[in-house]
Design a binder for this molecule. Structure first.
Ligand SMILES: [Zn+2]
Length: 286
């Protein structure tokens, strides 16, 4: 039993209201919350209980760090059948809304755990992170690949562990890396390549140029221009496979503001998620 109401998350003053639900005695702050919670159905009750626990962990972390916490975590929700598996436009709306609601002088911590996702969705979040006037720290406890890395590059600071990983941000068209599509034109005579693949490789070229420009812009206030250009070229040019892990030491070598030390509460937060069958980084779409 907790002294916080499982339904609304408020402190329970006095004795509260105790109800037996699903075989457990649960204490609520009020009759209202007890009735509302009971009416949710089993999955709904599971969701409400977990969301309350998460809110509590997040508020502890916010207090400790003096920041606004925003999460972008792709793991299975315990009350859902299907997995949340990549950065979608819905994620973008959620993160942008939370950033816009944050006062301009309030620092933000973005907890990031993702194999990547839609290019546009990731770009929009990266731009919002860069444009927030106060400090934005991206916290990567395990991995933030491709689109996730793009978002990390926008931050003022990255917190990861020695073996947390980021990855290259070269665009993928369908299941094909842009770099491979572009080099197809150099490897074969034009008449031996299908029209579809010629068009796709032109798209790949445009996509790569666009992401490269964005990465340069994300980096330009963090390092010398020439260094930013080289790093942008390396990360977007498809020089290594899309699932290449970029570990702490390498991120540091790049000249990015990175430090070790994931707060304990971040791991407490991960305890409230399930391991789903969501595609692991090797299948990252972007
Ligand atoms: Zn309540």
């Amino acid at each position: 039993m907790t002294d916080k109401c499982i339904y609304c998350g408020m402190e329970i003053g006095g004795k509260g209201v105790v109800r037996k639900i699903d075989g457990d005695k649960i204490k609520f702050c009020s009759q209202h919350c007890a009735v509302m919670f009971e009416g949710l159905g089993k999955k709904g009750r599971m969701k409400a209980a977990i969301m309350t626990e998460r809110a509590e962990i997040i508020s502890r972390l916010e207090e400790e760090r003096g920041t606004r916490i925003i999460t972008l975590i792709h793991r299975r929700e315990p009350w859902e059948e299907k997995d949340e598996n990549y950065i979608s436009i819905e994620d973008t709306e959620h993160v942008l809304m939370r950033i816009r609601q944050t006062p301009q002088d309030k620092d933000v911590d973005l907890i990031l755990h993702t194999p990547g996702g839609l290019v546009l969705a990731s770009e929009m979040i990266a731009m919002a992170v860069k444009n927030h006037p106060a400090k934005v720290t991206v916290i990567v406890p395990f991995y933030a690949m491709s689109g996730g890395t793009l978002i990390a590059l926008a931050a003022d600071e990255i917190i990861m562990e020695k073996d947390s990983v980021l990855g290259p941000v070269d665009p993928q068209l369908g299941s094909m890396p842009a770099g491979a599509l572009i080099s197809l034109l150099e490897k074969k005579h034009l008449e031996n390549i299908s029209d579809d693949n010629i068009m796709l490789s032109e798209e790949a070229k445009k996509g790569m140029e666009r992401v490269q420009k964005l990465v340069k812009w994300l980096l330009e206030d963090k390092m010398e221009k020439e260094k930013a250009e080289k790093l942008a070229e390396f990360l977007t040019g498809g020089y290594t496979t899309h699932d290449t892990p970029i570990v702490f030491e390498v991120v540091k070598m790049f000249g990015l503001n990175v430090k070790q030390g994931i707060p304990k509460e971040v791991y407490d937060l991960f305890r409230t998620f399930e391991f789903g069958a969501c595609p692991r980084p090797q299948y990252a779409r972007y």
